[in-house]
Design a protein around this ligand. Sequence first.
Ligand SMILES: Nc1nc2c(c(=O)[nH]1)N[C@H]1C(S)=C(S)[C@@H](COP(=O)(O)O)O[C@H]1N2
Ligand SMILES: [Mo]
Length: 320
Amino acid sequence: MLIRPWRPWSLSENEITPESTYLNRRQVLAGMGFGVAATAISGSVFAKGAMAAVTGIPAERNPAFVLDRDITDEEEATTYTNFYEFGSSKNIWRAAQKLVTDPWAVTIDGMVEEDITIDAEDLVAKLGGVEERLYRHRCVEAWAMAVPWTGIPLKKLVEFARPDAGAKYLRIETFHDTSIASGQRQSWYPWPYVEGLTVQEANNELALLATGIYGKPMPNQNGAPIRLVLPWKYGFKSIKSIRRITFTDQQPVSFWQDLQAKEYGFWANVNPEYAHPRWSQATERLLGSNERVPTQKYNGYAEWVEPLYAAMPQTRELFF
Ligand SMILES: Nc1nc2c(c(=O)[nH]1)N[C@H]1C(S)=C(S)[C@@H](COP(=O)(O)O)O[C@H]1N2
Ligand SMILES: [Mo]
C-alpha cells in the first residue's frame, strides 16, 4: 500500500474547512482525527466501489471546453471529496459505497406541466446523448481541481420538464437516508442537502448534469448516479446524488445558507476579490500538489456566464 507523505497544506485546509468550523468542539475534533488518519490509508484504491452500467460512457469529448492546467490525478479527485452525508472529512469514499444508486428514482415537480418520477438511467436516455467536458472546479475552501466530467447540459432537463412561465428557480435535493448515510444522523445539519439556481442559470450552456467522471460512471463519492456541475460557482452549489428537482417561483434556501447565511450565499459565483469572512479567495491550491494559482473571476468562465448577471448590482452578494 502506498503511504502518503504528510503534507503541511492539509492541516491548514482543515483549519479553513468552512463546513465544520462553526460546529461544536466535539465534532471538530472528531473530524480532525479522521483527517490525520486519512493521509495514511488512502493509497491503492482504484476499485472505488461497484459502478452501475450507465448510458453512453465513455462519451466523446466536447472540444469547446479547454483547461489552463493539467487534469487532476484521478485518484486524488475520487478520494478527496466533500460529501457531508457520509461525514465531514474528505476521506468518505469508502463510506459512500453503501449508497445504492441503481435503481435511482428522480422526481421532477413543482411548477411544471406534469410531475414525473423516473429512474435516473431512463431520464438520461430520454434527455439524449452524454458528452465529456473538461472543467475547472473551485471549492469555497480554496482547493481546486480540473476533471473530465461526463454529462448532459442541464438545459435539456429544463426543456424536458416543461416549466410554467412563472417558474424562476430550480430547487434541487439530495437523497435522505439515515440508515445509509451516517452524516445524516447528525441532526444539527438541515438534511437533506439542498441547492438552487435560477432557470436562466440552468439554461446556461455550462450547467451540466453529470453522470460520470474520467470516462467512467460516477463513483458514489463524487455524486452517483447524477449530480450538478456548475464550474463558475463555488463547489458547494454542485449538488450530488440528486433525488428531486422542483421548479418554483421562490428562491431556494440552500443547505449551507441555512446553516450559515453570512458565509454562504445563494449566488456563490467565484470571485478572487471577495474574501470569505474567514479567509481570502485570491488563490487556490491545485489538488494533488502544493501549487497555488490565482483564482479567476467566475472561475475563468466569465465569457460564458457574465451576461447572466449583467443587469444585477455587482456587489458582494453575487460572489459569496
Ligand atoms: N449532496 C452533497 N453535494 C455536495 C456536497 C455535499 O456535501 N453533499 N459537497 C459540495 C462541495 S462543498 C463540493 S466542493 C463538491 C465536491 O465535489 P467532488 O467531491 O466531486 O470534488 O460537491 C458539492 N456537492
Ligand atoms: Mo466545497
